[in-house]
Design a protein around this ligand. Structure first.
Ligand code: BGC
Length: 752
């Protein structure tokens, strides 16, 4: 009885919410646009309404002129398509928009594309950009990507990807901001602000799409598309905040995900889409399914056929069908049979049309199709300069024994006259772009050879040898590489992954250096020459031999169009590296998932050797190879003088903490100071530490600065067992560090 009353209550509540959200949707538009929307809705047939919910791909004809889009052109003409993806360029988008203008009601198409890390100018992969911990730079990179994409007729990017990812076997870690919720939420909002600029309607803004809603990053075993099962507390505390940050930043759209969550596929998940997103967060935009994810609910065993898939998707709040085609085939019948209320269709259509109005497409469907603007924007040299800047900020210095880096070409002691650049990624261009780059036009990519060669004075010789392929067993190239290394004063060894080794559907059981690259590293090391390793990859790799033996290592991810220049800037000391890892680097796949903010256990290990009946491994250390937040600089920083404004605070008070940061070295440099908190005793078990703030700042040699952080109730709060967001009275530990494992200052305080 209780259950039935509850269900009834929920049903009535969701209906009221629906009416309220309809009213609010209308409230976003100007009065005249509202009238136009109303009028339009009243003229639309059911088929035309369903057409707005339908999105087709351009069959990858995005890169060339559209010769034919087959039946799709006819469907567009009949008003059966609301949006196309994978079409770009003013010429191509104009062709299709013209066809849409031949339809009865002339409703413009929306063009969507995966502008994940750049459009014409490719920026570092998002995980790399996250390593910059530079929110302004990240926003700027999204701003440029949006400006370029919008100039090329694109209205909508399927980004940012804001999935928290704790498992580097999952290839899609490259698309997100890493493992941390707090940092991830800040970066998510920065990217939305960057994409949407001054707001929808500007011709340099594209609609953002927060994806993949939700918990896709927690796929079991790091296997793409796999199931997710987690407590609602974990979901709300760890996985949802970056999405919420996107909604709050005004993201126009959300994309759901391929995974099931606790048994319900995300695409058919009313809890996620109706209750949380459109209900609690009052999200006014629309939700697009992931590619084919409505139809995939059949393979999930959640729907017996396409009809059920369409019904469950619509009821759950998925507004637009990307490429499943189940809405276009089944929704009309479902409405006629009374299985899907017309109000739901109307709501979804209104959400989509509202965005078309906001984008100004009803005023001028071709406003993003100006070839002159396209040419000017795409060839703006400032975009390349920004790409170079964010690329060098994304590089993480993992190791620098004997001050091997920067390579000082002026040093009389070192007297460097010959450099050997070795490795399968030394000359590569496309691999610098990374998995989600829109490789058009290729050719304008600065390889590492080019970047380094441009930087060298005439009296320094650069020898280049591949040594081996990225993923091949042949060692035939070793001899030449070794011979070159022997002739050189220093070797730069560029190794890692090819662009298609991390990304969608690129899950791996082993995340080691592919092919014979580790053997190549050993052979080069054997020459006795100093070696600087450049590690190019889309995910944290396991490379213990290299890490233990090579004196200097730069983790450079895939840095985009300006990769070679950015790497040269860091290698030769024109830029002092400042990146910090946004994900933990394990020593062994067996440690995965490994992340810094794990829960306190009843038998914590006191260290890597403390394994006796401890929460540890008896065959491998517990500690990571490189921890979250880690990254070196060519200078060193000293932390001192921690002061708390008080040792106690109440819920309504803010505690201020201050300390001094000093650049104790000889070079100017940036440090990312990190604030971690631990709730010592909670009504539910709490993590050993959690990032709650950071600042990135530049200090001149010898300079000291006073740094201040505020601690308020929000930073102390968490979801308790009743899923209430609360701060509980008690003791908190405060840790200030240069990484999650390099805590320099500590204290405790109490919340009264
Ligand atoms: C991916 C999405 C992407 C979509 C469109 C899907 O396979 O999961 O992230 O936006 O394709 O390309």
């Amino acid at each position: 009885m209780y259950m039935r009353t509850l269900q009834l209550f929920k049903l009535v509540l969701s209906f009221l919410l629906l009416i309220a959200s309809n009213l609010m949707l209308m409230a976003q538009l100007s009065v005249s646009d509202q009238q136009k929307l109303d009028e339009l809705m009243s003229k639309m047939t059911l088929e035309e309404k369903i057409g707005q919910l339908n999105q087709y791909t351009g069959d990858y004809e995005a890169t060339g002129p559209i010769k034919q889009v087959g039946d799709k052109a006819e469907e567009i003409r009949q008003g059966k398509v609301g949006s196309m993806l994978n079409i770009k360029g003013t010429e191509n988008t104009r062709i299709l928009q013209e066809i849409a203008m031949q339809s009865r009601l002339k409703i413009p198409l929306l063009f969507g594309l995966d502008v994940v890390h750049g459009y014409y100018t490719t920026f570092p992969i998002p995980l790399g950009e996250a390593a910059s911990w530079d929110l302004e730079a990240i926003e700027h990179s999204a701003r440029i990507a949006a400006t370029e994409a919008a100039s090329g007729g694109v209205h909508w990017t399927f980004a940012p990807m804001v999935d928290i990812a704790r498992d580097p076997r999952w290839g899609r870690v490259m698309e997100g901001a890493g493992e941390d919720t707090w940092l991830g939420a800040k970066i998510a909002a920065a990217r939305v602000r960057g994409f949407q600029g001054k707001g929808l309607g500007s011709t340099d803004a594209v609609m953002a799409c927060a994806k993949h809603f939700a918990a896709y990053g927690a796929a079991v075993g790091g296997r793409d598309y796999n199931s997710v099962d987690m407590s609602e507390r974990m979901l709300r505390e760890t996985y949802l905040p970056p999405f919420k940050a996107c909604a709050e930043a005004g993201a126009a759209t959300f994309m759901n995900s391929f995974n099931d969550l606790n048994g319900i596929p995300a695409t058919g998940n009313a809890f996620l889409q109706r209750e949380v997103l459109k209900g609690e967060w009052n999200f006014q935009g629309f939700v697009v399914s992931d590619w084919g994810s409505m139809g995939e609910m059949i393979a999930h065993g959640y729907c017996k056929d396409e009809k059920e898939a369409a019904m469950k998707s619509m009821i759950a709040g998925s507004d637009m069908d990307m490429e499943s085609r189940v809405y276009t085939r089944e929704l009309a019948n479902l409405v006629k049979e009374g299985k899907v209320p017309m109000a739901l269709i109307d709501e979804a259509v209104k959400r989509i049309l509202t965005k078309k109005f906001e984008m100004g497409l009803f005023d001028d469907p071709f406003r993003f199709c100006d070839p002159e603007r396209e040419k000017a924007v795409l060839h703006d040299a400032a975009n390349r300069a920004t790409a170079r800047d964010i690329a060098r900020k994304s590089i993480v210095l993992l190791k620098n024994d004997n001050q091997t880096l920067p390579i000082d070409l002026k040093s009389k002691d070192k007297n460097i006259k010959t450099i050997a650049l070795i490795g399968p990624l030394a000359q590569s261009e496309n691999d610098m772009l990374g998995f989600w780059s829109i490789s058009w036009p290729d050719g304008d990519i600065v390889s590492q050879e080019e970047g380094i060669r441009t930087r060298l004075p005439e009296d320094v010789t650069l020898l280049v040898s591949k040594g081996c392929e990225i993923n091949d067993k042949s060692k035939a190239g070793f001899d030449e590489a070794i011979a070159m290394a022997k002739k050189a004063d220093i070797v730069i060894l560029s190794i890692g992954e090819a662009l298609d080794m991390s990304g969608e559907a690129k899950s791996k059981g082993h995340i080691r250096l592919p092919g014979v690259q580790e053997e190549l590293a050993q052979a080069i090391y054997g020459t006795g020459k100093p070696v600087v390793v450049i590690l190019n990859a889309g995910r944290p790799l396991v490379f213990n031999w290299v890490a233990d033996n090579m004196p200097a290592i730069l983790y450079t991810w895939w840095l985009g169009s300006e990769a070679g220049n950015a790497i040269a800037d860091v290698v030769f000391g024109d830029y002092n590296p400042s990146g910090k890892l946004p994900m933990t680097f394990p020593r062994d796949e067996g440690q995965i998932p490994l992340y810094y903010n794990y829960f306190s256990t009843g038998r914590p290990a006191g260290g890597d050797n403390d394994t006796q009946y401890r929460s540890a491994y008896i065959d491998m250390p517990l500690s990571p190879k490189f921890p979250f937040g880690y990254g070196l600089s060519y200078t060193t920083f000293e932390y001192s003088g921690l002061k708390l404004s008080s040792k106690t605070m109440t819920e309504n008070e803010t505690l201020q903490i201050t300390f001094q940061l000093k650049n104790a070295g000889n070079l100017a440099g940036e440090e990312v100071v990190q604030l971690y908190l631990k709730d010592c005793f909670g009504s539910v078990v709490r993590p050993v530490k959690e990032l709650k703030d950071f600042q990135k700042l530049m200090l001149q040699p010898g300079e000291s600065k006073t740094i201040a952080f505020d601690i308020d109730k929000e930073k102390l709060s968490f979801y308790n067992n009743d899923l209430k967001w609360v701060a509980e009275p008690g003791e908190f530990e405060l840790m200030i560090g240069s990484s999650s494992a390099d805590i320099r200052l500590k204290d405790k305080f109490e919340l009264k």
